[in-house]
Structures are given as structure tokens and as C-alpha cells.
Design a protein around this ligand. Structure first.
Ligand SMILES: Cc1cc2nc3c(=O)[nH]c(=O)nc-3n(C[C@H](O)[C@H](O)[C@H](O)COP(=O)(O)OP(=O)(O)OC[C@H]3O[C@@H](n4cnc5c(N)ncnc54)[C@H](O)[C@@H]3O)c2cc1C
Ligand code: SF4
Ligand code: SF4
Length: 1022
């Protein structure tokens, strides 16, 4: 049985999608079956409200934003119901994610071909709703071309199957010539309306004259009346044999006509394995438009564009930096031209001709080409796909705004259309970002506008209006794939004329006389510049709250991190920066554009976002956290979401005390998955700790957070009496008391202390050795290794000494990692300052600081520059560059020729590696893999896990224990169990993890003792 959630948390979370719009819905429902949807429709009719069907919520035009009840089908409508290999179709529920469907289809040699850039989280229902398509629309078309059948509920609660019916079949159902009589049922009136239009010559002509160019592959503007009636006015057939499939008009109807519960799609054979992309570099944009026309002659399967602005943004994204390997020089634009064939020779021959035509052309359209083959191609596509998300990560209030991002004209008209467009932009004083599907004449054009200001808002409307006129002039489509929503609906009348628009309004009235489905989308939309995320003149509510608390404190920073520095240093053209620290903090939250990469499931891989992956709950995704932070810190208790709040008292408190903020921050593991995998670089770990500290300032710090952030001090004191400490920590009775006091689970053991600290034992070892031919290395005795795993620290020192290095542990304090994670930033700032001051003059490129525990050593690089006073920022950055992870150091020395695989034994071993999530987010695990490959006898498997689920103290916390284990159970634990259970193995099998918490989690979850990669290298040392 469904519930309609009307609490502020749900209402805020579902107030946006991936568009610029925000409207707080009345409630949110998660139906579990078709009957629930029927009930919801009845409820909506009864209460005179409307339902907003929602899948992945990645729409860009505000399709799933509204004041009705949002009905999220992505949680329970996730089944693949049937796959028919012979007939090449699949029947699915609408909440099935595109990539997940394609993973299931792979073994059948088939796939669902309209692939969107959001394929790893958008759902088939959403694709159907928006008539989505992707880079290969040139050969595969859009979703409309692939939906064979759908099942759904109409506004009167009746269930209907929509598929191809001939007039004969319809007559059998409704009676002969039924369209000439009065309709008795809703479905009859729907068919009647369309058949009447199709048989009326005047209406057919009206449609033909006013709809976009038939040759356009991409058309998602307005209702596709032309497509649905196409066969009905086919005079070549006898009337009763003509047919109609309502799926044609349902595709792209944006949830405004019916609620879909099942979809049957046709499938394509998997593309041939042999592929290549030619990345053609152009020195002007205009040349790329012409280059596209040349490329199209060579029968490419896709041609996509990336302009300089996008390429520039990819430099600033940790994940995408790795995918820029093919870029040569500083191109104004790159055309990515995909060629397919049966053999590589065949493709190479075409590529030779293509490159010749592009480079040796009179106009020298292209100055360089890179060819990319095999698995590397996915990196090129990943860079291209990240484009739209990266754009909204631009620092400051001005953003490459989605307003005309989806126009399509015939490719041969593109050069002229683009030159008119450039002129228009110049007149408006705007610059623009250009990218995407150039082969089909569709470019994602994003002018950079600050819509928070009145002038920007005016331009937002003006550019939309003038572009609509231009698209009409070139007989294009205002939307090629993203749909109309509330953004473009206003211009449909202009594009299609009054009469066709009236037909569209009639169509909506006929299907939805009770006004139940997604109102004010496509037709009768609200003004396109209303209900924006940020209103002109809006003041941040948090500013008021912080001012009063800062006054109370008489001193102290308004923010604990230096948020503004990254904005000041952003070099992207058009970036407006931030005025104050607080403004920079808010802009950092607003960087979330709602694109939904944080909704990837564990089948897709990556780390982002474990809390969502394990629950499938939108309110646990990074996007929800950003939405709740933005809404509450901007509008405070004034948000409509609190309009139902029962206690007046609640809304009189400081907004930082809101339970909604506490709830979304509580489910975050601070794993940094978002730091690198979110294309907009939303860094929730950092935002979370800032907000927690601000909250502690007014509310005090909970005992557990205090205890965890002071853990190293406790251990340092405990070390003075280590046998007693260990007894207390390991004796069930006493340890359970401690755990209960600090609200830890009693299911896990508290770590015990090493007898001697790492610092002492390493110092002792170092005194014994004097051969330092390869230089000096400073070891960082992080707080975990120093007290709990001194043996590991010693092992690393021995490894380095054996390899010929002088080792020293310099004076330093703890890294502050635990304090950062628990939001104790006042303390973390002290540690950062001390460490920078103690180490800045000692550490250099020649004598680096090397760490064992990834999360600790990476604090130097990631957090310290923004935690120390501004005057120390540069020095902190330099220190960060020379603070290396063990594997970074080893591989640096391998490159310098100081370490080789000859230093290690070649004995066979099988290693299963789980990387630390901070390491994955900030530097990746490649260097660990390379370091372990120095063991020539090693067979290495990288476990495709994200965060292990422990995440520092998260997995110890009573209320998070089960979630923590469930995260481990997604990929990590089953992979390890399988790996170690192979009884026939002859070579040793070792599970390895560089993170302390990860090793503990693996032990608790599987009983397997994982080791640090350093221990393996040491054991294999010659
Ligand atoms: C970064 C980025 C890149 C993108 N790239 C592309 C691209 O390459 N190609 C492309 O085509 N689009 C693209 N989009 C737009 C968007 O991702 C697609 O339109 C996607 O298919 C929407 O799917 P969704 O599951 O998120 O649907 P939602 O946004 O949840 O819904 C889409 C529409 O379908 C309706 N709907 C959903 N479920 C049902 C149902 N059960 N019954 C009736 N109606 C329903 C909704 O009401 C809504 O109108 C991109 C968006 C972003 C943010
Ligand atoms: S947090 Fe990042 S990945 Fe998630 S929706 Fe926002 S921008 Fe996208
Ligand atoms: S830090 Fe990890 S858990 Fe928190 S929002 Fe980012 S990905 Fe999700």
C-alpha cells in the first residue's frame, strides 16, 4: 500500500530535477504496483491535484518539477519482465535503468540502442517520457523508434495496453466507424480524436506545414501528432488496414497523458567489436560545423562535438583529467567521429580517407587527428558525456545555462544557423558553450548567464525567444532530445503556430480531462522564467544565522574552510567567482545541477554514492543532500516545505538545527566518492564537515563526535598504560560499556594498541642502517598506524631501507582525518596549521613525506590548503604536492630507475586489491596496481568495489552498523569470499587493502585478514 510523504525532507528532495527549476511538491509517493498507481490517480482526482510521474529525475527542462504529488517509480518498478532473444525485444518496468538493462542483455548479444549520456541512471520510463536518444541517434534514432508496446493507466483509472492496432481491430473493439459516433469510454475518445484528425485533409496539411523538417532524426518538441497519425492518412492502404500505435505520441509526452507501468522495446544486435574514433581537432568552431559535413560522407556511426570551454573544464575534474590523453594542442573544438567495421584494416582505410579530406581540405578544416582504438574509446566517450555535468560545475553564479541547449536543425543548415546564432549572442552580449550531437544537427548550446540577477533573468528569456525564432526559420526542432517541460512549452505556440498548438491543447484535454497528469508541461506551461531555483534578490538565510552566532562568539571565521580560494583560482572563461567565503560556500552547494550521477547502482560501479547504492532511496543520494542544504540554507524556515510544520517552535530555532539537515548529513559516509565522480565536483565530505562545525558552534558537539575526533589523543594517553588500555578495549564487559557510552555497535571490536608506537620502533630500526644511496624519505606516522599498527609502519621503513633509502619520521602531529570526518574543524585546523608549519621547510620534491594510510596523507593535499590561513595556502599546496602515498612514491622511484621488479621475487601469488575510497577519489588506484605489478609472479585482480562501508567510524556507529555491512555485501564481501574459496588453488591468495578501516571491515564481514600492499611488497622482497 502506498503512502504519500508530506514531510519537509521528501518535499525538498523532490523539488528539483536536473533543470534550473524548483517547486516544492505537495508530497511524494513510491507506488509498489500498478494498483497503487490506480489508487494514486483516484486520490489525485478526489483532491483536485495532479501526479508527476518521475523516474531517474534527470530531466533538464523541469519535466518532473511541480506542485502536485511526485510519484517516484525508480524504487519499486525495476523489474526486467521478459527478454525474447529470437524476436529481439524486452518487456520492462519503467524504473529499469538503461545501463542495467543493457548489462542484462549483453549475454543475449543484444542491446537497447538509444543511449543517453545519463545511461547509468536514467530509466526506460523517463526515456519514453522524454523520447530520449544519444550519440548514435544517427543510426539508432530515438526511443520513439524502439517502443513496440506500453501498458499504463489512464486518468479515469482504466488500464490500457498501447500498441499497434489496425482500424479493423479497433472497429472490432469499439464498433464499426466508431470515430464518427460519440465515444463511450476515455480510450475510445482518444482513438476517435486522432482518427478524425488523420482523415481530415485540412488538419493533415496543417500538421505537415508546421511540424519540423521530416528528415530531422531528433524531434522532441510538442506532442508528436504527425508521427502517431502517419499511417492513418496513408492513402495507399485500404482504411481498415491502416494502423495506429499510441506509443508514438506517448513517447515524448512527458508524463502528461498516462501513467506507464510496462514498456516493450525492440532491441538491436550489439555493435561490431571493431571500432575506432577519430578525434579531429579544429582551430575554429565554424570549421567544426563544416568538418561535420565532410565526416558525414564517410558513413560514421556518430559525430560529436566538444568545444574549448568544455575541454577546459575537464582539466579541473579529477576523474576526467585521465581521459584527456588524446587532446593535441589547444583546439577550439574537437569532432569525435566514430567508425565501425568488420576489421581494423577496413576502418583504418576509411579513417585515412576521412583524415585526408579533413586536413588536406582547401580550408584546412582540421589541424590534427588522434585515432583511438579498443577499450580506450570508452574514455573518449566518458569525457564527452561528462560535458553537460561539468558545465554546471563552473565556479560562481554565472552558469552555462540550460535554456536553448537542445535545438536541432538539419546538419547542412547548421553552419548558417550557427552563424545567425553567434550574431544573436553577440547582440545580447553573451558567450556560449557548444557541444554534443553535431551529426544530427543538434548542438547543446549553453550561454553563460547569471540568472540570479534581473539582467541575467531578462537575457534568459530573450535568448530563448530569439533562438525559437531562429530554429523556426531553419525548420528545426526547439528540442531534439531533452523535451519541453516548463522551459520550452511557452514557445511551442510560436514554433508550430496557433492552430497546431490548439490541437496539442485538445489532445491533452482529451487524454486527461480530469487534469491528473503532470500539469503545465508541454502545453499551458507557466512562464519559463518562473519558479527558478534562486529568485532575483533572494538573500541567503544562513547569512543571517551565522552573523548572529559570529557576534555571539565575538570572533572567529564565518566559514572554517577557505571556500573562496578555489573560486578565485578558477580560470574558466566566464566564471564569475565568489564575493565572500559564505557566497563561495553557497555556490559550492549550488554546483549540484541535479544531473543524478550519484544515483548509479552497484551494478554500474564506482564509489558514488554508497548510501544511495545500498538503499535505492533518493533522500540518501548526494543530490538530496545538496538539495536540502541549498533549500534550507537559502530559504530557511521560509521554505514552503515547512508550511505543514506542526510545531511553531521548530521553525523558530536556528536553521542549522533542522532535523532535515541532520538526517541527510547523517547518512553520508564522507567517502569522497562525489569529490571525483560527481561531474560538478560537489564535495559533500567537505560541505558536511563545514555544516557540522557550524552546527556544533550553536548546539555543542555530541560526545561521540568529540571522542572520535580526539581518538588519537585518547590512544596516546592509553599508550602510557597500554596493557590496561588493551584489556579494557578487548574485555567484552568493559568494552561494551565504552561502546554503549559513545553509541558504538557492540558487534565490532575496538582497535587495540601496539606495544611500541610506529615512531619509536622505526626510529630504533633506522639507527641500525647506514646505506642511504637512494636519498632520504620522511615517513608520516599517521595516528592509525602509529598506535594501532606499528608493525606495518616498521615494515614500510624496512622495505625502504632495504631498497636503499634513508628513513626518518619528522616531528609532526596527527593528520586530523578523524576530526575532519566528524566535523570538528576547529581541531582539524589546529592540526593542519601545526603540520604545515612543522613540515613546510623540511619536505621537498627530493625529500618527500610518504604515508601509509591513504586518508591521512591525502589530507595534506586535499584539505590542508583550505584549512590553513590564506597566507600559508601556497606553502600548504606545495607541501601537499610532496606528501605522497606509499605507492606514488614507489612508482616515482620506479620511473627514476631507482626501484625495479628485480628488487622483488617472482614467486607466484594471486592478489585481490580493494582500494581506499579517498585514494580512489583523489588519485586513483593505478599506482597501487603498478607497484604490485613489480611482483612479476603476481596475478592481480582489482575488486570493482566502491567504499567498503566502514568509512572511518561510520561502520562502528550503532545506527549505521547494518548499513555499513550491507554496503560491504554489495560487491566487496562476495568477491572476497569467492576469491578465497577456490579450493583448487595452488598459488597463495592474498586480499590487500591499503586502508585501516577497510581491512577491519573485510575482517568483520568475511573473516579474511586483508593486508596492506606494503606488506606484500616486503614479503616478496629479494
Ligand atoms: C547531464 C545530462 C545529460 C543528458 N544527456 C542526454 C542525452 O544524451 N540524450 C537525451 O535524450 N537526454 C539526455 N538528458 C536528459 C535526460 O537524462 C533524459 O531525458 C532521460 O531519459 C530522462 O530519464 P529519467 O529516468 O531521468 O526520467 P525523468 O526525468 O524522471 O522523467 C522524464 C519524463 O518521463 C516522465 N515519466 C517518467 N516515468 C514515467 C511513467 N512511468 N509514466 C509516464 N511518464 C513517466 C516524467 O514525468 C518526465 O516527464 C541528459 C540530462 C542530463 C542531466
Ligand atoms: S551531487 Fe553531483 S552527481 Fe549528484 S546530482 Fe548533484 S551534480 Fe549530479
Ligand atoms: S561523501 Fe560519499 S556518502 Fe557522502 S555524499 Fe559523497 S559519495 Fe555519498
Amino acid at each position: 500500500m502506498y503512502t504519500i510523504h508530506t514531510d519537509p525532507l521528501h518535499r525538498i528532495t523532490y523539488a528539483t530535477d536536473a533543470s534550473a527549476y524548483r517547486e516544492v511538491p505537495q508530497g511524494v509517493a513510491f507506488p509498489e504496483n500498478e494498483q497503487d498507481i490506480v489508487y494514486l490517480i483516484e486520490t489525485a482526482r478526489e483532491h483536485k491535484t495532479h501526479l508527476i510521474p518521475r523516474a531517474g529525475g534527470t530531466s533538464i527542462a523541469g519535466q518532473v518539477v511541480g506542485n502536485g504529488i511526485v510519484v517516484d517509480i525508480s524504487k519499486h518498478f525495476k523489474k526486467i519482465l521478459e527478454i525474447n532473444k529470437e524476436e529481439r525485444w524486452a518487456r520492462v518496468q519503467p524504473g529499469v535503468v538503461l545501463d542495467e538493462l543493457n548489462i542484462a542483455l549483453e549475454s543475449y548479444g543484444l542491446f537497447f540502442s538509444p543511449e543517453t549520456s545519463t545511461s547509468n541512471r536514467c530509466c526506460i520510463g523517463g526515456m519514453f517520457g522524454n523520447n530520449s536518444c544519444g550519440s548514435h541517434s544517427l543510426i539508432y534514432g530515438s526511443t520513439r523508434h524502439h517502443v513496440l508496446e506500453a501498458r499504463g493507466v489512464l486518468c479515469d483509472g482504466s488500464i490500457e495496453v498501447f500498441k499497434e492496432y489496425s482500424i479493423r481491430e479497433l472497429e472490432a473493439r469499439f464498433g464499426s466507424q466508431f470515430w464518427e459516433n460519440e465515444a463511450h469510454t476515455l480510450i475510445q475518445s482518444i482513438y476517435t480524436q486522432l482518427i478524425r484528425w488523420a482523415l481530415d485533409e485540412k488538419t493533415v496539411r496543417l500538421i505537415e506545414e508546421n511540424y519540423p523538417d521530416k528528415t530531422l532524426r531528433r524531434r522532441s518538441c510538442g506532442y508528436a501528432i504527425d508521427e502517431v497519425i502517419e499511417d492513418l492518412h496513408n492513402d495507399a492502404k485500404p482504411l481498415e488496414e491502416r494502423s495506429i500505435n499510441l506509443c508514438k505520441v506517448l513517447a515524448g509526452s512527458e508524463g502528461t497523458l498516462a501513467f506507464i507501468t510496462e514498456i516493450k522495446v525492440d532491441l538491436d544486435p550489439l555493435p561490431p567489436k571493431e571500432k575506432m574514433v577519430v578525434c579531429a581537432h579544429c582551430d575554429t568552431l565554424q570549421k567544426s560545423f563544416l568538418g561535420n559535413l565532410v565526416a558525414l560522407k564517410y558513413r560514421p556511426t556518430a559525430v560529436e562535438l566538444m568545444d574549448r570551454n568544455i575541454l577546459e573544464l575537464t582539466k579541473q575534474n579529477v576523474e576526467q583529467q585521465k581521459n584527456r590523453f588524446f587532446v593535441q594542442g589547444d583546439p577550439a573544438a574537437i569532432l569525435i567521429i566514430e567508425l565501425r567495421g568488420d576489421t581494423r584494416e577496413e576502418i583504418d582505410a576509411v579513417a585515412d580517407q576521412l583524415e585526408q579530406a579533413l586536413i588536406e581540405n582547401e580550408e584546412q578544416l582540421v589541424y590534427a587527428c588522434s585515432r583511438v582504438y579498443g577499450s580506450e574509446i570508452s574514455k573518449v566517450w566518458s569525457l564527452r558525456k561528462a560535458g553537460l555535468g561539468l558545465l554546471t560545475g563552473m565556479k560562481g553564479d554565472a552558469k552555462p545555462i540550460g535554456v536553448i541547449e537542445d535545438t536541432a536543425v538539419a546538419p547542412e543548415k547548421l553552419p548558417d544557423y550557427m552563424s545567425d546564432f553567434a550574431q544573436m549572442l553577440e547582440n545580447l552580449g553573451l558567450s556560449c558553450v557548444y557541444h554534443a550531437h553535431i551529426s544530427t544537427g543538434e548542438l547543446h548550446l549553453r550561454p553563460i548567464i547569471n540568472i540570479k540577477e534581473a539582467e541575467g533573468k531578462r537575457k534568459f528569456r530573450e535568448v530563448a525567444y530569439q533562438t525559437a525564432l531562429l530554429v523556426k526559420k531553419y525548420k528545426g526542432s526547439l528540442s531534439g532530445e531533452h523535451g519541453d517541460g516548463r522551459l520550452r512549452g511557452e514557445f511551442i505556440q510560436l514554433m508550430y503556430g496557433d492552430e497546431v498548438y490548439a490541437l496539442m491543447q485538445d489532445l491533452k484535454k482529451c487524454w486527461d480531462p480530469h487534469q491528473v497528469f503532470n500539469l503545465h508541461k508541454i502545453v499551458d506551461t507557466l512562464p519559463m522564467d518562473s519558479m527558478l531555483r534562486f529568485e532575483v534578490g533572494q538573500k541567503y538565510a544562513i547569512e543571517k544565522e551565522l552573523k548572529s552566532s559570529a557576534l555571539r562568539q565575538a570572533q572567529g571565521p564565518k566559514t572554517y574552510y577557505n571556500w573562496k580560494a578555489a573560486f578565485d583560482e578558477c580560470k574558466v572563461e566566464g566564471a564569475t567567482g565568489a564575493k565572500t567565503q559564505l557566497h563561495a560556500l553557497m555556490c559550492s552547494i549550488e554546483q549540484c545541477n541535479g544531473a543524478g550521477d550519484c544515483r548509479k547502482s552497484n551494478l554500474i560501479g564506482g564509489t558514488l554514492c554508497p548510501a544511495f547504492k545500498v538503499s535505492g532511496d533518493e533522500i540518501k543520494a548526494t543530490r538530496a543532500r545538496a538539495n536540502v542544504l541549498r533549500e534550507i540554507l537559502t530559504r530557511g524556515w521560509g521554505s514552503e516545505a515547512f508550511s505543514n510544520c506542526e510545531t511553531q517552535f521548530a521553525t523558530m530555532q536556528n536553521i542549522l538545527k533542522s532535523k532535515e539537515l541532520a538526517e541527510v548529513l547523517d547518512s553520508c559516509l564522507a567517502c569522497k566518492g562525489c569529490r571525483s565522480e560527481c561531474p560538478s565536483n560537489v564535495d559533500m565530505t567537505r560541505l558536511r564537515s563545514e555544516i557540522l562545525q557550524q552546527k556544533y558552534d550553536i548546539d555543542g558537539m555530541p560526545l561521540r563526535s568529540f571522542a572520535v575526533s580526539r581518538m588519537a589523543t585518547v590512544e596516546q594517553l592509553g599508550h602510557l598504560v597500554w596493557p590496561i588500555y588493551n584489556l579494557f578495549a578487548s574485555w567484552k564487559f568493559s568494552s561494551n560499556i565504552i561502546k554503549r557510552i559513545i553509541k558504538f555497535t557492540t558487534e565490532r571490536d575496538i582497535p587495540t594498541l601496539s606495544r611500541v608506537t610506529m615512531r619509536k620502533t622505526v626510529q630504533h630500526e633506522c639507527r641500525k642502517h647506514h646505506d642511504h644511496s637512494k636519498g632520504k624519505v620522511y615517513l608520516f606516522a599517521d595516528e592509525f598506524t602509529n598506535f594501532q599498527e606499528a608493525e606495518l609502519g616498521l615494515t614500510f621503513a624496512k622495505l625502504l631501507i632495504h631498497l636503499g633509502y634513508e628513513v626518518e619520521i619528522p616531528r609532526h602531529v596527527e593528520s586530523g582525518r578523524a576530526a575532519i570526518s566528524k566535523g570538528n574543524l576547529k581541531l582539524a585546523k589546529k592540526f593542519a596549521l601545526k603540520n604545515v608549519n612543522l613540515l613546510k621547510d623540511k619536505i621537498s620534491e627530493q625529500m618527500p613525506l610518504v604515508g601509509i594510510e591513504p586518508s591521512c596523507i591525502l589530507s595534506f593535499r586535499d584539505e590542508y590548503p583550505d584549512l590553513v590561513p590564506a597566507e600559508l595556502r601556497q606553502q600548504a599546496k606545495e607541501l601537499g604536492c610532496n606528501a605522497l602515498l606509499f605507492d606514488e612514491f614507489i612508482m616515482r622511484e620506479v620511473t627514476a630507475g631507482h626501484i625495479t621488479s628485480n628488487d622483488f621475487k617472482a614467486d607466484a601469488v594471486e592478489i585481490w586489491l580493494h582500494g581506499h575510497c579517498h585514494q580512489k577519489a583523489l588519485v586513483g588506484t593505478e599506482k597501487t596496481v603498478q607497484a604490485l605489478r613489480l611482483l612479476t609472479g603476481a596475478k592481480l585482480h582489482v575488486i570493482p568495489s566502491g567504499c567498503c562501508g566502514m568509512a572511518g567510524s561510520f561502520g562502528y556507529e550503532k545506527e549505521h552498523y547494518q548499513t555499513s555491512l550491507a554496503i560491504g555485501e554489495m560487491v566487496l564481501f562476495p568477491t572476497i569470499r569467492k576469491a578465497v574459496s577456490n579450493a583448487e588453488r595452488i598459488v597463495p591468495c592474498i586480499v590487500s587493502a591499503p586502508g585501516t578501516s577497510c581491512r577491519q571491515q573485510i575482517l568483520d564481514g568475511t573473516g579474511v585478514h586483508a593486508v596492506h600492499p606494503i606488506e606484500i611488497l616486503y614479503r616478496w622482497m629479494k
